[in-house]
Design a protein around this ligand. Structure first.
Ligand code: ADP
Ligand code: MG
Ligand code: MG
Length: 889
């Protein structure tokens, strides 16, 4: 028999798939003996069944009724009983936390009759009516679909009419009047009355939570966070406890450590006389938790103790939601908390110091993307930065952009490529598209646990919140500062999420502490904690990883930088840029050469230049392997653009100027070499096979550079890599030429030159015939950019802008296969090539040099597929080291 409902006493944290994150953690807290109001969880399985069929699965309502009766018996109160009614909260809670993206309805069970009972039994009519108006408001918007702004407007109008700014100053009569207004609003908008039956309220709220799984903002959030669309949400039904019973009650949010910096110590926001949703919504300004210590030392001490229990139990930073009802503390939620990149490293290191986690676990707690974030530049405020406003450093980083005041404008401008900063009084889940589009988010209200702060931290987006000096006037599209500065929409500002400061204008950027440390080992004071934590994680990763990490570098400077970042060699040294700039003329001369001797002269002029390039790179990477790829792009890429040239000639003709013989010749060559589909044309190994002398020149330059470095006392380790091979025959012929030149230079110089010759695997045919290719290849390197293009039949430059966002929307893939390796298709080819290549040539060295080499998910795949190394851009080298370590855990 399938069960759809579990009591909190029956679940545990490892049931998150079935009970959702919130439900499984409520169960875990219940098991730990923490004060959790009784309740039960309707499973994600029930939700999936509902979403599939449009109806609740058989038996679900019966199980709910049964659980409810148990709570009624335990509490001695019944749902809907007119005196002292049982009230319930109905809360969404999916497997992965989606803050504020789905629905919650509080105070279920109130109606025109039981509100009077509640007033009587609590001795607090104001509280009873406040709870009722909350129910009507939440139920009206969430379940009955009335725009939530309409309720807010009525509430605001009443406050204005009564001359108060805060809802705690509305009287019981005011709130009773508001309930009436809300009920009329619902009737007007939906033609339906607010349901008086508590059972109906409960049933409809449960179904509304199920339905909210497919709400627009929940879908958008899932796409952005790569959460699967078919998981469904659980629903938690729980007895209400009341934070809105007066000044000895309240609600709050707390973290066991500072989620922005990782510093230890209780950290959070508290709001007296409030139900929990007020805290996150930023409706009133909260007070720091230290204030609770003053207001209610007993509850504060218990909160501390519970949080310590939770952190030791989960062995990680936890965040919690709690409510105090007349001096009694209740725990309403916990989870392993989201945190900034800086905090992730600091906390992992601190927990290892405290002996709560091992070094390996500490490594598993940090991610390559977080390290990448710490390598981003930050503001150089030593000079001119003029602070416009200060707020709370809610999510770190540096961002510059034009101010916009609503989500739609953010999206509109970002679509044209403009960088924008979204400025709001506070954000709501409806602002999600704008938050995604913006570089940074600034709010004038709310604490570090407000919606803006939590969501921005989760996305790694820069955020300053609670910048109270900013008076934000959304409808006038401007904000003002106390000293009279006016910031109109479109004004450029700089947002420092690490310091919590907004500057006027674009502040210049400088290296972060982590980048400085990675580049030269220096650690300055403000960055010391995080620098030490990063060094520790990288040290552990280096100790446990099997994959080597190399860099893609084409210049001595890049090679040197990559080496400082920990690269163990160069996996891809492209040679084509060596034909650009002033050398273009020489390449042109080679292409246009009328006869062999002219071509030889042109190649001879290129030779010393190439040799110098290689010498510099081999010197920078002395003692480490340098894989040099022979020329890859089609030669016409080095000639002028066909249209441009034709236009130039036509213009000259119009002016009556005869085109020079060189131009005519050039146009002929350009026309002759034009390709409809250059990606699949005369390039890669094909060039070497049909353009005489080109490969010989390149190999000679490499070999002579090796000789030079050897004579200088170095240990050059050049490897020669042949691109775009599809058939072993291509490689065999090209390789003979390479070996011939290597032998020639060895003979001439008297210095033996040994360079392993290998190939890129970047065509499906090469992967599928890898066993044969391996006979001629001393190493393989997967060129996963081309391999992805040729496997999918995607021309990267054409498809990404044209339709990838539509493909992502339709769920054809969750991330672009050019960002994260497509394991099923391209990955299958990789596995085949590894297996058959090594079968033919045991111990064959295999790496990857496409951009996937620096992508965390792809690195894990390459580890599992048995590669020897990944190669990526120098700035991704630390990221790849970290992820290669994590992959080996
Ligand atoms: P979210 O997932 O958006 O945080 P929750 O389900 O946690 O939504 O509900 C929002 C708030 O409602 C909680 O922070 C809590 O303060 C309040 N709440 C939920 N359940 C109860 C309850 N049983 N008693 C009192 N307040 C509750
Ligand atoms: Mg919550
Ligand atoms: Mg390629």
């Amino acid at each position: 028999m399938v069960r759809y409902v579990y009591d909190f006493t029956e679940g545990s944290r490892d049931m998150a798939g079935l009970l959702g994150g919130k439900g499984s953690n409520l169960a875990e807290m219940t098991r730990l003996g923490l004060p959790v109001p009784p309740g039960f969880t309707v499973t994600t399985e029930a939700c999936r069944a509902f979403l599939d069929t449009g109806g609740a699965p058989a038996g679900m309502w019966g199980e709910i009724a049964e659980r409810l009766t148990a709570i009624e018996t335990a509490t001695g109160r019944a749902l809907g009983q007119p005196e002292d009614p049982l009230l319930l909260s109905v809360r969404s809670g999916a497997r992965f936390s989606m803050p504020g993206m789905m629905e919650t309805v509080l105070d279920i069970g109130l109606n025109d009759e039981s509100v009077l009972g509640l007033a009587k039994v609590s001795g607090n009519a104001r509280f009873a009516w406040d709870s009722y108006r909350r129910l009507v408001q939440m139920f009206g918007s969430t379940v009955m679909g009335v725009d939530s702004a309409r309720f807010e407007d009525s509430l605001a109008a009443l406050k204005t009419a009564r001359g108060v700014t805060d809802d705690v100053h509305l009287s019981a009569d005011d709130l009773a009047e508001l309930v009436g207004t809300f009920k009329e609003l619902i009737h007007r908008e939906t033609g339906e009355h607010f349901p008086q039956s508590p059972a109906e309220q409960l049933h409809r709220a449960v179904l509304a939570v199920f339905t909210s799984w497919n709400g627009a903002r929940a879908r958008l959030y899932r796409r952005r966070e790569h959460i699967a669309d078919d998981l469904g949400t659980a629903v938690n039904v729980q007895r209400m406890v009341f934070g809105n019973l007066g000044s000895d009650s309240g609600s709050g949010v707390a973290f066991t450590r500072d989620p922005a910096t990782g510093r230890p110590g209780l950290y959070g926001d508290y709001l007296p006389d409030a139900q929990g949703e007020d805290v996150v919504a930023g409706i009133r300004n909260t007070v720091p938790l230290t204030e609770l210590e003053r207001l209610d030392p007993g509850s504060y001490a218990r909160l501390r103790a519970h949080m310590e229990t939770l952190e030791r139990h989960y062995r990680d930073l936890c965040d919690i939601e709690f409510t105090i009802e007349r001096g009694t503390l209740w725990m309403l939620q916990t989870r392993v908390g989201k945190r900034t990149a800086e905090a992730a490293f600091a906390i992992a290191s601190a927990l290892a110091d405290e002996g709560l986690v091992t070094e390996d676990e500490a490594l598993s707690r940090v991610a390559g993307e977080q390290l990448a974030r710490l390598m981003f530049p930050r503001f150089d405020t030593s000079g001119t930065g003029v602070p416009l406003a200060r707020g709370l450093p809610a999510s770190p980083g540096a961002a510059v952009g034009a101010v916009v005041f609503d989500s739609a404008e953010a999206v509109r401008r970002a679509a044209t490529g403009e960088k924008v900063v979204l400025v709001r009084q506070e954000t709501t889940p409806d602002d999600l598209p704008g938050m995604i589009a913006a570089q940074a988010v600034v709010t004038s209200r709310g604490g570090k646990t407000s919606h803006a702060a939590v969501v921005a931290r989760g996305m790694g987006k820069v955020c300053v919140c609670g910048a109270e000096e900013l008076a934000v006037d959304t409808s006038a599209r401007r904000c003002t500062t106390p000293d009279g500065a006016v910031v109109e929409e479109g004004t450029v500002v700089s947002v420092d999420g690490s310091a919590g400061v907004v500057y006027a204008g674009a502040v210049p950027l400088t290296d972060s502490a982590v980048i400085r440390f990675l580049a030269d080992g220096s650690a300055d004071e403000d960055g010391e904690g995080v620098v030490a934590a990063v060094a520790r994680a990288l040290g552990r990763a280096d100790a446990v990883r099997r994959l080597e990490v190399r860099a893609n570098a084409d210049t001595p400077e890049d090679a040197a930088r990559a080496r400082r970042f920990g690269a163990q060699g160069i996996g891809l040294c492209r040679t084509e840029h060596m034909f650009l700039g002033e050398r273009r003329k020489l390449v042109e001369a080679m292409i246009l050469a009328p006869d062999e001797s002219a071509r030889e002269r042109a190649l001879a002029a290129l030779l010393p230049l190439q040799r110098r390039d290689f010498t510099g790179i081999l010197e920078a990477m002395d003692g480490l392997p340098v894989t040099i790829r022979l020329i890859d792009p089609p030669l016409h890429e080095f000639l002028p653009d066909r249209t441009e040239l034709a236009v130039r000639l036509a213009a000259a003709e119009a002016r009556g100027v005869e085109p020079g013989p060189h131009d005519t010749e050039l146009l002929d060559a350009v026309n002759r070499m034009h390709e409809e589909n250059p990606m699949l044309g005369l390039r890669g190994v094909r060039l070497g096979l049909v353009v005489p002398g080109l490969v010989a020149m390149q190999v000679r330059a490499i070999a002579e550079a090796v000789v030079e470095r050897t004579r200088a006392g170095g240990s050059p380790r050049a490897e020669i890599m042949v691109p775009l091979v599809g058939a072993v025959e291509e490689l065999r012929i090209e390789r003979e030429e390479v070996e011939r030149v290597l032998a020639e230079v060895s003979r001439e110089s008297g210095v033996p030159v040994h360079c392993p010759v290998g190939t890129m695997i970047e065509l499906p045919r090469a992967a599928l015939t890898a066993g044969r290719v391996a006979a001629e290849a001393e190493f393989f390197s997967f060129g996963t950019n081309d391999l992805t293009q040729t496997t999918w039949g995607f021309s990267r430059d054409d498809v990404e802008a044209a339709f990838f966002s539509a493909y992502l929307d339709k769920g054809i893939f969750a991330t672009s296969p050019f960002e994260t390796l497509d394991r099923d298709g391209v990955g299958r080819l990789v596995r085949i090539a590894v297996e058959e290549g090594r079968a033919a040539r045991p111990g064959l060295k295999i790496g990857v040099c496409g951009e996937h080499g620096g992508d965390p998910d792809s690195v894990h795949f390459f580890h599992a597929a048995g590669l020897d190394y990944v190669s990526c851009s120098p700035f991704r080298v630390p990221v790849a080291r970290l992820e290669a370590g994590r992959a080996a855990l």
